[in-house]
Design a protein around this ligand. Structure first.
Ligand SMILES: CC(C)(COP(=O)(O)OP(=O)(O)OC[C@H]1O[C@@H](n2cnc3c(N)ncnc32)[C@H](O)[C@@H]1OP(=O)(O)O)[C@@H](O)C(=O)NCCC(=O)NCCS
Length: 143
């Protein structure tokens, strides 16, 4: 089931965040600040009682951005990333957005594969964009 993220999901979300993003993980404060904004939408994927993934959207029609997307390591490769992304695409359309953009590390093959499969195209490359000097790809989808 994919549904809106509630504040009581944050403990589980933060555990996944630390597992998948390690040193680059967002803090609890960052999530709280994101959830407090009215131009954001966050969703979780729930299996039974457990949260197994989450995704966030920044919408400012006609533009929207994917803020984050993550699936717990044990649940990766089962289609959840694709479903969460598709949920954000629908959410952006419902809010009147016409383009959805995102940034992804140029060496993140799994994420880039997912975005390409979902119709995103490469818009530009930002060289040495991240603190460790790796490049970012900016990708976009016309909604
Ligand atoms: C990127 C991520 C969200 C993908 O989620 P997922 O649930 O594992 O992906 P799915 O099972 O939905 O797969 C969807 C598509 O992604 C691509 N993909 C997924 N894993 C891949 C891998 N290891 N290598 C290459 N492509 C991959 C494939 O194109 C796949 O489509 P296919 O199954 O038809 O071939 C997940 O790997 C993740 O959380 N990674 C760590 C956090 C992260 O990097 N987030 C993105 C930040 S921009």
């Amino acid at each position: 089931m994919i549904r809106a993220l509630q504040w009581w999901d944050l403990d589980e979300v933060l555990t996944i965040e630390a597992e998948v993003f390690a040193a680059n993980a967002w803090s609890a404060e960052t999530f709280w600040a994101e959830l407090a904004r009215d131009d954001r939408y966050y969703a979780v994927a729930q299996q039974g009682e457990r949260i197994v993934g989450y995704a966030g959207l920044w919408f400012n029609p006609p533009q929207a951005d994917v803020q984050t997307l993550a699936v717990a390591p044990a649940a990766q490769g089962t289609g959840l990333g694709r479903r969460l992304l598709s949920h954000l695409v629908d959410g952006a359309r419902e809010r009147g957005c016409e383009q959805l953009h995102l940034e992804v590390r140029a060496d993140n093959d799994a994420a880039i594969g997912l975005y390409r499969r979902s119709g995103f195209v490469l818009l530009r490359r930002r060289e040495r964009y991240y603190p460790d000097f790796s490049d970012a790809l900016v990708m976009g989808l016309d909604l």
